[in-house]
Design a protein around this ligand. Sequence first.
Ligand code: 5RP
Length: 232
Amino acid sequence: MSTPQNAAPLTQDELKTLVGQAALQYVLPGEVVGVGTGSTVNKFIDALATMKDQIKGAVSSSVASTERLQALGIQVFEAAEVESLSVYIDGADEIDHQGHMVKGGGAALTREKIVAAQSKMFVCIADESKLVDALGAFPLPVEVIPMATARVMRQFVAMGGSAKVRLKDGQPLVTDNGQHIVDVTGLKISDPLKFESDVNQWPGVVTVGVFAHQKAQVCLLGTSTGVKTLKF
Ligand code: 5RP
């Protein structure tokens, strides 16, 4: 898919629409599809509605995506009802050239990782601003049990980072799982697999937003010249 040479550059929103539509090629008729969360995934959900009669339904990674899927007439199954999914389609806050990602800008990282883990393939849909050489510029989301928040934040500070509790309406944001989000800046994540394994061991950390163990196999990247397919 490409855009004509003299056309006005596509907006970020248009790029999201393009990759959301392009992701339909990975949806297998008759199957249940894993669905992520965020503004790019919302475009995918809208596109998925055009083939809703050809699929069995979806497993969703957030209350927000569940509501959007259901409003469009797509059946949503609990993750536990489906043993394995052939594909999981989700956005990212950052993706590197190996398919490792930072996710959780929409606070849905834990359920996203759960659905990704039960899927055979992760297809990331993103506009080109998300492609990076090294993870770490986007504030890293970490879902934390509130009792552990202060200590987890001190651990990130000891690593050279700086950490803040994510707020909503002046109060700590509460995730779909009843927990809080800490956003960490100032870290350079040079070994995403090790970083993810290490931080996930910290008591009170529910999920760290580095997706290296559940990395993408494919990224559909929205660029000024159309959708590029990156394979990892
Ligand atoms: C939500 C996520 C999203 O995939 C990520 O934040 C990207 O969102 P968007 O498509 O709105 O840019 O991880 O928790």
